[in-house]
Design a protein around this ligand. Sequence first.
Ligand code: ADP
Length: 634
Amino acid sequence: MRDSLAAWLRQNERTLVPGWIKMVRSRGGDRDRQLTTKELERQFFVDFYGALVVAIERDAQEPIAEVIERIAVTRVEQEFQLEETLDILFLLKELIWESLLQSNSAEGALSRMRLIEPTFNQCLRLMGWAFTRASHKLLSERLVEAEFMTRRLTMATEEADRALARLRILYNVSRAISSTLDQKQILAAVVENLASVPQIDRCAVWLADGQARELSVAAVRGIEGSRLEGAYLSLDEDRSIVARAFQTRQMQITSEVDAQEGVLASLFPQRSLLVVPLQGEDRPLGVISADRLVQDRPFETAVIEMVQSVAEQVGIALHNVFLYQELLRLNQHLDQRVRERTEELERLNRELAKLDKKKSDFIAIAAHELKTPLTLIQGYAEMLAEGGAESMSPELLERQVAGILRGTERLRTIVEDIIDVSLIDTQVLALNSEMVSLAHILELTCHDQAEAVRERSITLETEGLGSLPEMEGDALRLHQVFSNIIGNAIKYTPDGGTVRIGARHLEAHGDQPAFVEVVVADSGVGIDLEDQERIFDKFYRVESPELHSSSKTRFMGAGPGLGLTIAKGIVEAHGGRIWVESPGYDPVRCPGSQFHILLPVRSAWGDFQKSSAVEQTEEPRDRSKSHIGVMEIR
Ligand code: ADP
């Protein structure tokens, strides 16, 4: 019977299903009306048809209850009301009844219907019960779900808060870094912000020295920050994770800083420590250390990533600071160079102006020097022409010719001096080197000055000439040197003064060759300290050209200013040196001057000249001391 009902239902499904769909569409809720035919068909079979068939076929409570519950859950999940579902179930019953009537007699149909009835009623009871259970189950599921969602939301909010805090720190750090190029300020902002992260109790920036031999704490903040202040570690000896992070350029994390960490054990006692390297453009700069002193828990990944990104920014910022400082240094250096060059230019300008003045002075002096003997010559020549040489007495004639000769001699001397200076200038002064007696040359020079010495009542003394050895040199040129020096000594010493010529032999000692030293000391007017270098320059005269006198021996009768230049040129060409010492210029108290002339006994011109030049440029004022000191006078 049941089998035949099932078969009947299957046979009539083609008419049953469209009828059921039509009824659902006309009586069901909005939701049903919107469902497609296919969806309704599926529902029909899944829900009722399946349930009834199973219920009728098995005729057992358990599977029916199971099926009905499944139907109810499906319906509740699809948010169908219980009433609507029951309506549909009743409608289905009517349809079955109509179908039975069509294919059976009324009695047959009734008996069949009676068979179905209890199962159908059982279905209805179960449906109500299942609806209640399904709704309840669904509700509690929704509640659990809601609770879970709330918890997830709370967690997400907390995480968002933490992420926001980290972002704020990153923002603060990058703002601080971009607002200054002051290293101290940058590092202070970094440790300040990192130490404010809840997971970080203390934060420090360690910087390496120039040779990367040592790491020292440049900034620190947080709990027990003072313990790290001024801390440093040697990169050669230390094996701690701080040193390792710097050397390997790799981040290091440890949760146990124990005794093996050496010096760090006291600085980071028994807690988590994170060390991130600070990398500059081309070299490691230091590390950032962050530690947990209070909570003994590992760092969160997000915190580690944040410290890393701060370290990256700091590395760039420190590199920028370095570049900026380099720029400043370069600027300062440039400024200094410009200042020095300007000063040098100004000095050269002054020198040039002086040289220019010297040149004009020289022209004035040379003109004067040349004019005086010329006038003399002209005067005597005119007298000869006017008076007639024949009518003159032999004495007068002799005097006039002698006057002309004196004039030409003076002219010759001046012109020769100018030629000598130009030879010295162009370094082509040739020496006739031979073995000479300097003592003899000095005696001869003194003899030449005898007349002037007598005229001016000067006492001319010599000392030590006998101790002088024979030496290599150009006798004529050496005579010229001492004529100029001794002549000057007489010229710049007032009447009745003294000129002393002292000489000595400085024997060879170690690497030092043998020398002779001559000192011409006078009791004259002296020379200002600032002039003592320059009097050896050509055309340099301490007095103005107007004071000039053409007399070679008259007191203060200055010449064209070439005598000392020539003397210096000749002495240096011999490989010697010349310098002057004087307490200063004072024509009243006459402190005197000493001219020192140092000449090698054997010619070693080139070498000595070079070393002499070096000494002169290095220490102009101490020339005398340095050289004599080295020579060791015996
Ligand atoms: P000048 O022909 O003017 O004497 P020098 O070259 O011989 O030229 O000397 C240069 C200057 O050095 C002199 O004008 C003089 O002012 C100074 N001078 C040289 N020797 C002495 C000295 N013994 N005492 C004082 N001043 C001197």
